[in-house]
Design a protein. Sequence first.
Length: 283
Amino acid sequence: METQATMNYNRIAKAIDYIKVHFKKQPNLDDVAEKISLSPAHFQRMFTEWAGTSPKRFLQYISIEHAKKMLKEEQATLFETTFETGLSSPSRLHDLFVNIEGMTPAEYKNGGKNLYINYSFAESPFGELITAATAKGVCYMAFEDDEEKALNNLRAKFPNATFQRKLDLLQQNALFIFQNDWSKLSEIKLHLKGTDFQLKVWESLLKIPMGKLSTYGYIAEQVGSPKASRAVGTAIGSNPVAFLIPCHRVIQSSGVFGGYMWGPTRKTAIIGWERAKTYKENT
């Protein structure tokens, strides 16, 4: 059964899809509201509550031209910029608080035979998700509305692990990332299965601040393999932890957002939502 939060996100996603398809026609508020069966006033209020900005401004944030402008103006200093330290700066969030530890071969030998994994389901601004953690850290996070399918996908990652449905402190810390009160956030620990190259790529993604964008080519340069954009893309595509490792912030150099393991509409929604949360409008 859908919760109200999930219903709201699904309506927002439907609106985003409509805006993307009909972008050249510049649909107005009435047009979009009609397509998702809401009054213009209700749609405006719901959208603003969800995104923190108006549908018109959000449309700007998810346009290719805006993405290209961001890349041109911000890419050069993306990893060199010094951000304000402390919990008051959400754009500094990942760099300060997310710590990745790679699993040892013994920990995932024989399909995770030696692993004990807690998992739970939760709501997010972008739909339902499953979060799972070992004793050392979060090992999996994915957007999925169907709980049975979500659990099956998790089990496929570690077919011989021992699973328990339980919300533990490691998962709770990770889920605080979706809240605006950063003071509740303590260190987020991730415990991930991956090659040295994959771990290196995932760690580089943590340096992309919230509300900013990077490209596959630039990430390749950051990990010391400037000619390995395709390999970087593959590593990004195999990211096992949605949102926390912000693979959604990597787009094509043309400004096209590109694919996303959890759906291109969700990627668009996250990019626009993060931009709205961090960009100070001149009003």
